[in-house]
Ligand binder design. Sequence first.
Ligand code: RET
Length: 223
Amino acid sequence: MSSAVQFPLVIGWIAMLAGGIAFWRMSKGLPENQKHHGIAAMTIVFVAFANYLAMALGQGDLIHNGRDVFFARYIDWVITTPILLVSLAMVASKTLAPIRTLVCALIAADVYMIVTGLVGNLSESPYNYLWWLVSMVSFLVVLALIWGPLQKVAGQGAYRSEFSTLSLMLTVLWCCYPIVWLLGTSGAGLFSAAVESWFYLILDVTAKVGFGFVALNAVRKRS
Ligand code: RET
């Protein structure tokens, strides 16, 4: 791995560690019945910390068909994106029990999206594009569930405006991932592995640390 690819990965583990420490401090100020929001935010960044550290150490990628595939990104995403969705659901509804079917559907579509994305990254053209499409369909299902039933639930809850901010933030950021994937080394190869590494860093930090800050601040303000 070149140092140009490695540098953003080093920044990545430092940023996730810093986010984890910040969330731990913020969580201490939360009332007991709101601590689960802090636990979710911390789990997300500490999982990302481990994956960024592994990638920075050269333990999170493999050369497949002559291409460097960062499989650790998918291990990170397959764990953290379901937790991000659960975080959003916990803002939409005070308790998850009444919406468990919806949460299960969200997680199922999301895991399917990440796993098929990994298969695509391990595939040669044109099959990589086919897997991108399959993954995109499940991504659209995730978005449809958020903007349909989950939004309806949030409309009856206490955190309506916070839910709007977070769901918009999630949608805009998450939409960037398939674009980077399609244009980067896993697809058309329009930019280098180093540029791709920077793009994913900016997205991962905003989607995890940024999202966590907004979510925890919203919960703190209301409690
Ligand atoms: C892939 C493969 C191509 C098609 C699609 C994808 C979507 C990925 C997403 C990832 C989100 C990651 C987050 C991580 C950090 O917090 C897998 C790139 C649709 C939406 C939010």
